[in-house]
Ligand binder design. Structure first.
Ligand code: ADP
Length: 545
């Protein structure tokens, strides 16, 4: 027998409509590209979103059109998310850190019709202009007074809104209608598109809001350092209005001093981003002699959070939530919020738990499998490839059957390309990306574990471990270090630090130094660049043992 209940489609605009009605004092604070701080409540934002939708409708935007953005985290970018999806069009966030070639590929593949662009990226658009699809239109996200000179015909964002009605007749849509499009950075081959629906986005917002309710709550001020062009800033633009949290948008200022000042000035309670950003903030905290006012919690994801980073935050009174996910998962899959009984564990035991990648959010199932695809036990020991399933996970890549086929298994689960273990309590430990694992003499060495350990050395500012080809062992680990200050750590020191935690054959064969780490378009250490840089590196002959 079937239930007898109404079925209303899940729609993204409802998240903001709810936030505007129930939490009218919360809203969006932005450090704008123009340089000032701008504030608007959710009700004011809702009105501007309606005006923008009218402006876009007047310009002929139709349901299903792909509308691209090249923009920082600001209130205008937030408005575009809602207006575009609310009209039934698709908001396609472009990553400005990609190469021009990749960007052009993505714009062509997505068939973008209109591009919203921040002032910072207007020169980039000028550089690409003659290779962009014909008929593409450009809206500069600023007011009339700041409009740049251009050989292109540019529309001014504020002109689009000016004088338009502040309510809009949002259409009812099938909840499976496409709402957002985001391409992975394409570490191998061309970038691949994840096409989110209204349903997947709303369910993700509900799941993240529930799991991270210590962060996402009425009165909280949340700083998304993770860009809105990188998997929807981990869903924060959707979960914040739903839960009554305000968003503090950093605009282009993502360095340690800019972040510290913004956090202190705006009483940021919780900040979300990748480890590289927190290295910068931790240096600034050391330089200023303390945390920004009101700072309670940091959410770290995108790459493994080093244990020393977690410990330093925790010891200074900032609780750490270590999360894992990917573009294909909307993106949050797991989070590190502990149960009440775990909060009272001795510090070291608690750090053991918090260094893991956490436990699944509601709606995300996980399995690990061996090379034959057979399920492995969740006993904290067995290590295999991680597969996921759930309403927030892609069913396939946008217009890419080949990549879809390669990613999905026969049971319809999505292969993450990560190698992991899961313990009986559900904690996930990511050993590595399959392509970053180091295969030595038929055994695997986790680069993440070695890096986390090396970062505990006071002379190591940042580091990465990569595989170097070896005639006898296949591959051996090389430690690449960004030194802190003048002193250069020695291999002996590193071995002494690591020996208590690793087998001897797992230790790096050598240490080399670079001035700074190459980063990917999403702010992670680019091991592909490092592998190319050290492709001809010859390891020293170490004594066997
Ligand atoms: P890309 O880095 O290719 O732009 P994603 O941001 O979607 O794309 O990256 C997802 C990948 O990042 C995961 O598959 C995993 O390898 C890595 N990752 C994300 N969070 C963590 C974490 N907390 N610990 C270790 N690896 C992580």
């Amino acid at each position: 027998m079937m239930g007898q209940m109404m079925q209303r489609p899940l729609q993204i605009i409802e998240l903001l409509r709810y936030g505007a009605e129930i939490f009218p004092e919360a809203g969006v604070v932005s450090r704008r590209c123009e340089g000032d701080i701008h504030r608007q409540s959710y009700p004011e934002t809702m009105a501007r979103v309606a005006q923008l939708a009218h402006g876009l409708a007047e310009r002929g935007v139709q349901p299903g059109d792909r509308i691209a953005t090249l923009a920082w985290n600001t209130h205008r970018h937030f408005e575009i998310y809602y207006a575009v999806s609310g009209m039934g069009a698709v908001c396609h966030t472009l990553n400005p850190r990609l190469s021009p070639e990749q960007m052009l590929y993505i714009i062509g593949h997505a068939e973008d019709r209109l591009l919203f662009v921040d002032l910072t990226f207007v020169p980039l658009v000028h550089a690409l202009a003659d290779k962009l699809p014909e008929g593409m239109r450009f809206v500069v996200m600023t007011d009339r007074a700041h409009m740049p000179d251009s050989p292109l015909e540019l529309i001014c964002y504020e002109d689009l809104l000016d004088g338009k009605p502040d309510s809009y007749d949002w259409p009812d849509m099938d909840e499976n209608t496409a709402a957002g499009l985001c391409y992975t950075s394409g570490t191998t081959g061309n970038p691949k598109g994840a096409l989110y629906s209204h349903r997947s986005t709303v369910l993700h917002a509900l799941a993240v809001g529930l799991a991270l309710n210590s962060s996402l709550r009425e009165g909280a001020n949340i700083l998304p350092v993770v860009p809105m062009f990188h998997v929807n800033a981990w869903g924060l633009p959707y979960a914040a209005p739903l839960t009554g949290a305000s968003l503090i948008m950093p605009g282009p200022g993502l360095d340690g001093p800019s972040l510290w000042d913004l956090m202190d000035g705006e009483n940021v309670t919780s900040a979300w981003g990748v480890p590289t950003v927190w290295l910068g903030l931790q240096n600034e905290i050391a330089a200023r002699g303390g945390n920004p006012a009101g700072f309670e919690q940091v959410v770290i994801g995108g790459s493994a959070a080093p244990r020393t980073m977690i410990e330093a935050f925790e010891q200074s009174g900032v609780s750490v939530c270590h999360a894992w996910g990917m573009t294909e998962m909307s993106p949050v899959g797991t989070h590190g919020i502990l149960n009440a009984s775990m909060q009272d564990l001795p510090f070291e035991t608690r750090m053991d738990l918090q260094s893991k990648q956490g436990r699944r959010v509601f709606g995300c199932e996980m399995k690990i499998v061996d090379e034959e695809g057979q399920r492995l036990p969740h006993d904290g020991k067995a290590v295999g490839e991680l597969y996921v399933r759930g309403n927030q996970v892609i069913a396939g890549y946008f217009h890419n059957d080949e990549a879809t086929e390669a990613a999905m298994d026969a049971e319809g689960w999505f292969g993450t390309g990560d190698v992991a273990s899961i313990d009986a309590a559900g904690f996930l430990t990511i050993q590595d990306r399959a392509k970053d694992l180091i295969k030595s003499g038929g055994e695997w060495i986790s680069s993440i574990d070695l890096e986390s350990c090396a970062l505990a050395h006071p002379e190591v500012a940042n580091c990465a471990v990569i595989a170097i080809a070896h005639p006898k062992w296949d591959e051996r680990p090389l430690l690449v270090v960004v030194p802190k200050g003048e002193a250069h750590v020695t291999l002996e020191d590193i071995h002494a630090l690591m020996e208590p935690h690793f087998a001897k054959w797992q230790l790096p064969d050598d240490v080399v130094f670079v001035d700074e780490m190459p980063l990917t378009a999403t702010g992670k250490v680019s091991k592909r660049t490092l592998r190319a840089q050290f492709a001809d590196y010859v390891l020293p002959d170490l004594p066997e043992g």
